[in-house]
Design a protein around this ligand. Sequence first.
Ligand SMILES: Cc1cc2nc3c(=O)[nH]c(=O)nc-3n(C[C@H](O)[C@H](O)[C@H](O)COP(=O)(O)OP(=O)(O)OC[C@H]3O[C@@H](n4cnc5c(N)ncnc54)[C@H](O)[C@@H]3O)c2cc1C
Length: 403
Amino acid sequence: MSHIVVVGAGQAGSSLTAKLRKEGFTGQITLIGAETSPPYQRPPLSKAYLLGEMELERLYLRPESFYADQDITLLLGAHVSAIDPVAKTLTVDGAPLAYDQLALTTGSTPHRLPASIGGALEGIYVVRGLADVDAMEPEFATGKHVLIVGGGYIGLEAAAVAAKKGLKVTLVEMADRILQRVASPQTSDYFRALHTTHGVNIIEGTGLKQLTGEGRVSGAELADGSKLDVDFVVVGVGIAPATALAEQAGLALENGIKTDAQGRTSDESIWAAGDCASFPYRDTRIRLESVPNAIEQAEVVAQNMLGAGLDYAAKPWFWSDQYDVKLQIAGLNTGYDRVVSRQGDKEGSISFWYYLGDTLLAVDAANDPRAYMIGKRLIEAGKSPTPAQITDPETDMKALTRA
Ligand SMILES: Cc1cc2nc3c(=O)[nH]c(=O)nc-3n(C[C@H](O)[C@H](O)[C@H](O)COP(=O)(O)OP(=O)(O)OC[C@H]3O[C@@H](n4cnc5c(N)ncnc54)[C@H](O)[C@@H]3O)c2cc1C
């Protein structure tokens, strides 16, 4: 009987194994994950779950019984340390396991602060897994001072939770502005104003120089020489694709595990999906760090492992929740040279439209699901209304999708 093994029991791994069964695969499936929880969704970790508004069971992607019901062997708390692509075996906690086809859905690893600047002190947290968030949650007590390092979506979401819980919040961002890597100056301005209204002190254009303390962090020194007393620190300075296993196996890497359009790596029997995989997209190669990508790519890979021969056509979208704002993003803004904004129908709703020349690339919509849906449809259909049409309050937006 054919044996498919999937390494990484996260969003992509769970979707991939479920899809294999849905497509009628009757062979053996083993899903292996280093974490001890059954596959769960990460987005609430920096949102509702950290805020204490979501129960643990609701994080699980599928009920625990699902895997046994579907005859999927779920090995949790199990670490895969090596792949032998010639013998087609894995080493799982020191023991060999044979596979016929293998999928790597190993996700990504958060960057940590180096020990040389105090990164090894106690009271410093990253936001990647359930264990990270369960460890930091007790620190979120009213009146404490948290320093957030990094003004990307994860750092801003953690700042929003902390402010809502009545902590004193300082966020430091080395780049000139928060969200610089991922969003327009207009979107940065919008979120800076939102956080400032909620009392968060945002310091931009200034790096963290050093964290200080005896055993546990108690202070921070910034690059401009200023000093802060802090009770704990949350670090959101980006992630790296988890490629160690692929590298050990000699697979081709290129900003992640390199796959072809179908999700196959440089080894015929090994596939990859989710945060760890880089794949062809239009005339370039990208890697996406998002739930929709993890699900959709994993499902295409599952079908291809069964011989479907489908190319994965990514339709990038993403979201972020901060306070009472839901940001929805459609498309990829890479290379944009112009951004125009449009007020939504409701108070406080606004959207930012990214262009390269005359081509619409992406939309950031804040509390404006209509603008998001229309933008997504336009981008996926390759349609580009003019910037003047977008900014004109009289434009019938829905009609644009029919044009
Ligand atoms: C706090 C937070 C908030 C987020 N918010 C959003 C959001 O609002 N919207 C959105 O679209 N996306 C969001 N994301 C991103 C999204 O969660 C990820 O893109 C998605 O989880 C990727 O799925 P994945 O299966 O590729 O990786 P993961 O879900 O990370 O799963 C990978 C799994 O592989 C395991 N693993 C790795 N190596 C091994 C090994 N050698 N042996 C055994 N197991 C291994 C890991 O332990 C991990 O459990 C957020 C992420 C975080 C951390």
